[in-house]
Design a protein around this ligand. Structure first.
Ligand code: MG
Length: 290
């Protein structure tokens, strides 16, 4: 089979169709019956209207017997033949019968810059239209402080005279985010997949929890629309680390950083968090499913 690289939307289905037809025919080309009225107009002046009844607009991939098409090309080259605009034309020239089968409208040829622009718009519209099921999930997590040398939030270690107490690295922000994504797709919570009773999760980086949630989302062909995280703490100061946190989350969530928000606030010294006994994280995730 010979394919024109300017037709990037060729489907496996069409390729299979050409292969199947090669069982019966010496050579095969996919084509679309011409729908427009065709005029023969050399030099821009119409000489006559062409009967479009038997006209096809031909595509690729075109299928041939290898020896037959090689011989035809070799002879065309030796005879310096011109005006053969596709491989089927070379075959025809040397008497190889060419069968036309139904092509595919979407198997369009991109020739001009305008063609590429239109194809881009179609691809974007398609990507958007197949994910119209929009869901929101929330996640909340609290962790207590204990003696230590820093806290991990959104995968970034922030130096501090305390650390967060927990089974894993106790990254409350990433736990809240993981629960938000799991919540959006109705898949339980972190504990469903990573029971704290299991010693294997002791001290692990919480990115593995987030990766699990993303794996479940991706399995359903879902994508993240945006996530919004708020960290509630008197200390340490989170603000200077937000850019680093977004840089960690972006590849894990497969989205650009402008779809990720990380914010921090205090409780004005009210309550347990105000007394610096621990911190909390809240997250929402909006996901799009087909
Ligand atoms: Mg937690």
């Amino acid at each position: 089979m010979i394919h024109d690289a300017a037709r990037p939307f060729v489907s496996a289905d069409l390729i299979s169709h050409v292969i199947a037809e090669l069982e019966r025919s010496e050579s095969v080309v996919p084509g679309i019956p011409v729908a427009d009225t065709m005029k023969f107009a050399p030099g821009g002046l119409v000489e006559r209207t062409v009967d479009r009844q038997s006209l096809w607009s031909v595509q690729t991939p075109q299928g041939f017997g290898l020896k037959a098409i090689l011989d035809a090309h070799t002879q065309a080259h030796e005879q310096k033949l011109e005006g053969l605009t596709d491989d089927a034309a070379v075959a025809e020239k040397f008497g190889i019968p060419v069968r036309v089968i139904a092509g595919r409208v979407e198997n369009q040829k991109l020739t001009t810059a305008e063609d590429i622009k239109l194809a881009d718009q179609q691809l974007i519209a398609k990507a958007n239209s197949v994910r119209f099921d929009i869901r929101v999930g929330q996640g909340i997590d609290f962790h207590e402080f204990e003696a230590g040398d820093g806290v991990v939030l959104c995968g970034v270690k922030i130096a501090h005279d305390r650390k967060l107490k927990g089974h894993s690295d106790a990254d409350a922000a990433m736990h809240a985010l993981t629960d938000a994504i799991l919540g959006a797709i109705g898949e339980g919570d972190i504990g469903t997949f990573f029971p704290p009773s299991e010693p294997q999760w002791k001290g692990v980086a919480s990115s593995i929890f987030l990766q699990k949630a993303m794996e479940l989302l991706t399995k359903r062909d879902g994508i993240i629309a945006n996530v919004d995280i708020t960290i509630l703490a008197e200390a340490p100061r989170v603000g200077p680390h937000i850019a680093a946190m977004k840089a960690v989350l972006s590849p894990l969530l497969h989205v650009a950083q402008d779809r990720i928000a990380v914010k921090a606030t205090t409780t004005e010294q009210l309550g347990a968090i105000g007394r610096r006994e621990g911190l909390a994280a809240f997250a929402t995730a909006t996901v799009r499913l087909p």
